[in-house]
Design a protein around this ligand. Structure first.
Ligand code: FPP
Length: 246
């Protein structure tokens, strides 16, 4: 609602952090150098979300398709995730951040899976800011895993096939317990969704910027939030209905 201060800050922001490789290439450095710089941008954005009062931040760190990248790049990314977990979890915890990993976690090796699980357990009681890290995640994978759970409920006799609805299927999608996605940001200049949060994106506002992810800072996030605050979210209704709710 225009003028409603709380509505001007999105409750849930998701980001496709694109452009690390190009950022590194511009500096004649390997792609892993860009990913490392990207980690600093993650910190910046988490700090900005805490300051702005955003409740949920969901980051696309590694897609189901990213396994196809050269082995040394995948290895460098895994090493970076491990170092980030070892180094940052305690500080995030002290700020009331709850960390969650979403995606096909079974695809990761045991030590990394254990670190992810430990970080989730350690921060499970926090609620100031939910930070969800999507790893080996794909929006289609999410819809398939939710459908499997619905099918299993039907097989157990707990749900009738004809009772499967948006609400009942939606309860099994990742992040179903959190506020719906308000703002979807993609850095790096491409205007596509790339199989991120396909179900959850239904009514999100989309924001694309040419800024490469390592250059995305607190001012960049503020700019995205200001742009979001100017949008009129109609959810299928007319502008008049939004202005004069009955
Ligand atoms: C896309 O840029 C980025 C990734 C595939 C990895 C994202 C990972 C980070 C930002 C590291 C830090 C994350 C955490 C959660 C600690 P790209 O490589 O596709 O860039 P390009 O399009 O310029 O090649």
């Amino acid at each position: 609602m225009p003028g409603d201060a709380a509505a001007q800050v999105p409750r849930h922001i998701a980001i496709v952090m694109d452009g690390n490789g190009r950022w590194a290439r511009k500096r004649h450095r390997p792609r892993s150098f860009g990913h490392n710089a990207g980690r600093k941008a993650v910190r910046e954005v988490i700090e900005a979300c805490l300051r702005e009062g955003v409740q949920v931040l969901t980051l696309f760190a590694f897609s189901s398709e990213n396994w196809q990248r050269p082995q040394d790049e995948v290895g460098a990314l895994m090493g970076l995730f491990v170092r980030a977990l070892d180094k940052e979890v305690d500080e995030l915890h002290s700020h009331g951040v709850r960390l969650r990993f979403i995606g096909d976690l079974a695809a990761f090796d045991q030590p990394l899976r254990e670190r992810m699980q430990a970080a989730m357990t350690h921060t499970a009681d926090n609620a100031t800011l939910h930070v969800n890290i999507a790893v080996s995640y794909g929006g289609r994978w999410d819809i398939v895993q939710a459908s499997r759970q619905a099918a299993a409920a039907v097989a157990r006799g707990e749900l009738r096939a004809e009772d499967i609805s948006e609400a009942s299927l939606g309860q099994w999608m990742s992040l179903a317990d959190l506020p719906p996605l308000d703002l979807f940001i993609r850095t790096g200049g491409e205007c596509r969704v790339s199989n991120f949060l396909l179900w959850q994106i239904a009514y999100a506002e989309l924001y694309f910027t040419d800024t490469l992810w390592p250059d995305f800072d607190q001012a960049s996030l503020r700019q995205a939030i200001e742009d979001y605050a100017r949008r009129e979210r109609r959810y299928g209704r007319t502008g008049e209905q939004i202005a004069n709710p009955s």
